[in-house]
Design a protein around this ligand. Structure first.
Ligand code: SF4
Ligand code: FES
Length: 250
């Protein structure tokens, strides 16, 4: 059965203008639609009326690129566990529901327009150390480097992070520790990542602080909303690498 919904959506023309919640009454929404398809319908109807469509980020719509994201009824990516906004379906809502849709809010994520925020601060954390330095032409055969199954799997789990920023939006400190720790773990757990392991932690944490993200005080809200199930145990590992770098140098 098609649904009627009352949407309350944050509208803001630009970074410098002030925003407000605007209410839209919606009918004929199929429960088979994804959340983004539902927003597409809103936008088609706004365009038909000659009004400005709602700006929101998206790309793959398959839960793999990290582009989508908004706070739905107070939860980044909505209330379904380990689900990106693009993979959230309208069947998880009820006919007549009121839905509040807001952008991710963090000092380090300035609003661009409506539901779009600038998450390039996460790219700059990566640029500070989220890589392995290799001399071109000298890469050894991958099969010649033994890696324990346990470490390979933990590195693979950490590499599932899609850089969406929901962890930042959920954290009362707007900390990017879960994101940063996942990126550090995917390299630091493998032999190829060892030479720069401690300096990587120091550089990426320094970049995180410089971007205006807060520190971690173990609220664990990040883990609860992460669409990829990234564990906060990665933050513990990051803290150990960081302390080693600060105590014994890099
Ligand atoms: S840790 Fe999870 S919530 Fe944070 S950026 Fe990565 S995928 Fe998104
Ligand atoms: S649009 Fe790519 S993860 Fe949602």
């Amino acid at each position: 059965m098609n649904m009627r919904l009352k949407l309350h959506i944050w509208r803001q023309k630009s970074a410098s203008s002030s925003g407000r919640m605007v209410t839209y009454e919606l009918t004929e929404i199929s429960p088979d639609m994804s959340f983004l398809e539902m927003l597409d319908v809103v936008n088609e109807r706004l365009i038909q009326k000659g009004e400005e469509p709602i700006a929101f980020d998206h790309d793959c719509r398959e839960g793999i690129c990290g582009m989508c994201g908004a706070v739905v009824n107070g939860v980044p990516h909505g209330h379904e566990r380990e689900t990106t906004l693009c993979q959230l379906h309208m069947r998880h809502f009820k006919d007549g529901d009121a839905i509040y849709i807001e952008p991710f809010r963090a000092k380090a994520f300035p609003i661009v327009k409506d539901l779009i925020v600038d998450r390039s601060a996460l790219d700059r954390i990566m640029q500070a150390g989220g890589f392995v330095s290799v001399r071109t032409g000298s890469a050894p055969d991958a099969n010649a480097i033994p890696i324990s199954k346990e470490n390979a799997e933990a590195a693979m789990d950490a590499a599932a992070c899609i850089g969406c920023g929901a962890c930042v939006a959920a954290c009362p400190n707007a900390s990017a520790m879960l994101f940063t720790s996942a990126k550090i773990a995917q390299l630091g757990l493998l032999p190829q990542g060892q030479p720069e392991r401690n300096s990587r932690a120091l550089k990426m944490i320094t970049a995180m602080d410089a971007e205006g993200f807060g520190g971690c005080s173990n609220h664990t809200e990040c883990e609860a909303v992460c669409p990829k199930g990234i564990s906060i145990s990665n933050i513990a590992r990051l803290n150990r690498d960081f302390f080693k770098a600060s105590l014994v140098g890099v």
